[in-house]
Design a protein. Sequence first.
Lengths: 296, 789
Amino acid sequence: MIYNIQRFCVHDGYGIRTVVFFKGCQLRCEWCANPESQKMEREIGFYKNKCVGCGQCEEICKQKAIDLQKPYHIDLDLCNLCGDCVYVCPAEAYQLFGEEVTCEALVNEVMKDWRFYKKSGGGVTLSGGEPSLQGEFLINCLRMLKRNGIHTAIETHGYMDEDFLDELVSVVDLFLFDVKHMDSNKHQVGTGVSNQLIQENLKKLAFVYGKDVIMRIPLIPEFNDDDNNLSKTALLAKELGLPVDLLPFHNMAKGKYDALQRNYKYASNRTQDDSRLKEILELFTSYGIDAKLRGR
Amino acid sequence: MNMQLTDRIKRMRERIVMTDPIICPERAVIWTETFKEHEDKPPILKAALALKNTLEKMTIHIFEDELIVGNQGNGLRATTVNPIVNTWVIDELDKFEKRKGSKFCISEETKEIIREIYPYWQGKSVYDNTIAILDDITKEVMDALVFTCGYTLTKGCGHWLLHFKPVLTGGFKSIKEQAQKRLAEIDLADPEGVDKVPFYQAIIITCDAVKTFADRYSNLATQMAQGETDQSRKQELELIAKTCAKVPYEAPESFYEAVQTIYFVQLITQIESDGTGVSLGRLDYLLYPFYEKDLQEGKITKEQAEELLDCLWLKIGTIIQVWNEEDTKSFGGHPISQAITLGGMHEDGTDATNPLTYMMLETTARVHMPQPSVCVRVNKNSPSDLLLLCAEVIREGLGMPAMYNDEIAIPSLVSRGISLPEAREDYAVIGCVEMGIQGKLCAFANSGYFNLLKALEITLNDGMDPLTGKQLSSQTGKPSDFATYEDLWNAFCKQLAELIKHQVAVTNVVDTMHARLAPLPFVSAITDNCIDKGLEVQSGGAKYNYDGIQAVGLADVADSLAAIKKHVFEDRSISMEKLMEALKANFEGYEDVRLLLAKKTPRYGNNDKYVDNIARDVTKVFCQIIEKHRNLRDGFFVPGMYSNSANVPLGEVCLASPNGRRAFTPVTDACSPSHGVEKNGPTQAALSVANLDHLIVTNGTQYNQKYHPSVLSDEKGLQSLVDLIDTFFEVGGYHIQFNVVSKEILIEAQKKPEEYRDLVVRVAGYTAFFVDLNEEIQNDIIDRTELRF
């Protein structure tokens, strides 16, 4: 199950890449920028500000789940995710998240851009959600991509058992590995899981397998963007000899939380200002780390 | 990239940008007086004398700070009018200042002068003489906007790709000598000699007039120098005086003289010919020997050369042309289209990029003017740093340089009978995207737009225009008669052939009238092989001759045919009768049908062969029909696929179409996919466009992509753009240009998402279609826009 394919991505790993977003994640990060990615099941969203009020959705809905008078139209308990409202809406105010695809169909789809990968030194990045949650499907896709000579990257939270990691290593060229907090308790609070397994996996990738790994640090206000935690993160990167991508916080997901009728804890937080971002970047570079803002 | 303007250039630029264009009547007055005085003379002599009198009598200026001199009309931005072709001016005198776009200032005095002289031209114009001769049915088809011929009916041919080589090597002096020699050799016992006499006389008069014109600037500069107290400006004026006393009559020797020569030739062409798309071709290639020599001899520094190029760009930027109000809809803004083509190759196929290529690109970014229109020829040996610099200049938001693929253009020209060395060395862009041969070609490159969607509409109505109920074409079968998709396709091909023939007829009549009524001795003097043949350029004097007709609405037609093929003939999910009812009703009460057509059909722009191959077939059949027609000058017609903004008026005559498009809305522009259907991003859209057979579209295809500057904010973004261009060219694309958009456009896109469906922006770490983003993200991106305009 995937929920999006994004082409011509130029800041998610090397070259021109296609990013495939897998649906479902074990973590529940409070700041998650892709709330539509968290659940394994298909979901529907309604973007209020796009609606032109024509009422075609209400008319077509067999489940009687749509009521134009309600702020978010859809009664999610009644909705059976048939997608009729998505089809009739002239304003594209409804969106279904989640599509079952076969491995062959997905690989065919992303291979349409092979010339761009080849020209630019790019490839395919599997992201999410958490791709490793769909283990067998993920491995099959990656194998097929490798047979086609495509550079593969995975964006992962790193929370997976050791055996699976061993399997992944043989078919992934680049790991974009999230490091969210150095303190295990804080990590538990912010994401729902401890960081212990994650850090073990990261070290194994770097030391045992010597894989191409980029540490990705989402900079979350009042959670992990203080000097204390960032210094510890920088020390880890230095110890492992890994480059770091620093991803400034943004609250652009607010619209999606609203569309999915969910609460967003970070709705009113703002992004770090430029001077703070510069400080953070300098903190990392002062350790001799190859650090970049907003990916590479 | 050197973005630092000198103080001189800053001041000059400011003055130009702050000056509203005006209409200057001087040329029209002098032309009228001359024609009245010499009514007994052959047209070519009348034209030469009119040009001579204009160059001798028009008001000239050397504006403050200028190093390169020459003015088109009496003002800093002053267009001339040509009553032989601009018949419409008299009816629009009071409208110029009230237009929604492309405004001109005009004084009451000018209006009065024009009212006085115009009656003389009644019945003597290209327009009057063309309309008088056309069949009623051809006029009806044209009035129905199945095609337009507004451009050549109301403007000069333009679209010259000027031959600087003979002027740079021998000056007008040597051209005059050749004409004198030919004139002396004429044997009147040979009947062909008779018309050659006035032709050569006209060339001689013209060459002398060019000398007089330059001398006037020389004298003016000398006078100004005498009164000048500032010593450095005094020296500059003395240099202008010395330069204009020499060029373009004598051949230039220095880089400075060569640049002044180029400008004089460009300027006089504009004054003589009244037309847009007067293009300068390969300036980096032609000027490099002068620059290299001066640099080696220590006569010029790189900085001085840069300032001269900036001056040239600004001077070209002051040239302006006026359109009638109707045509400003098809040609929005002031698209004067003075194309300069950089890069490219030598005649032996090796890459020709030189230091001036880079300097001229930097000038383009630095002076930041909408004119000249800068194009770059890319081939498989183009240096990678050239492409990166192009990307950097593109980021500046001018939509320039536009990128062109040598690997398509050269074989395309060769397939039209042009020799391989000429195709390699002399190919340059005319106007927008048209493939030209510099100095050897007479191309009525924009002989109008053909409305593909209207042709399909007429096919679906058995030869009738459903908008007016008039039968415009043969009956090729009612929709219900089509048993298979092939039946429909064959009827469409028949209609195309019949309708295009009307456009060819108009074009050939218009061309004939231009040749007879508005001959061009100046352009003839420099174009190969006019002097050899003793024949005016529009009458067949040029070595190569073609006329270009452009198809508009490709995506609408491809998507419509795909929808009918799939839903009516394959899936049988809708009957032909119901489809026709829905179209007639503009989908009122048939929203289910519209959704089926629009959303359940493969759409061009998503790299889906089902529909992309239909688009390819439409292109192919259009090209085959166009290219079998011959033109006036023993040349041929070449197909093009670009639209400027003609997609808007052409859409206004089309009812609802089978791709779900509603009545009277614009058809798609150029080769672009329909707005709102490219669901798979810029790479897949580019592959769809590249699937067309660009090689057979010799008058050029045009493809635009839009980006927000955030996509190109860093090295990685620039390199990715280069990789995109490179890949698009590798798979067979011909032209691509990028609009890097402003904050204002983004705000507009928020209001009218349907028109900006293909606008790409970078969000956080990825790129996306702007209109796909929710309002918060859109606002965030709008806030982040920092473009200088």
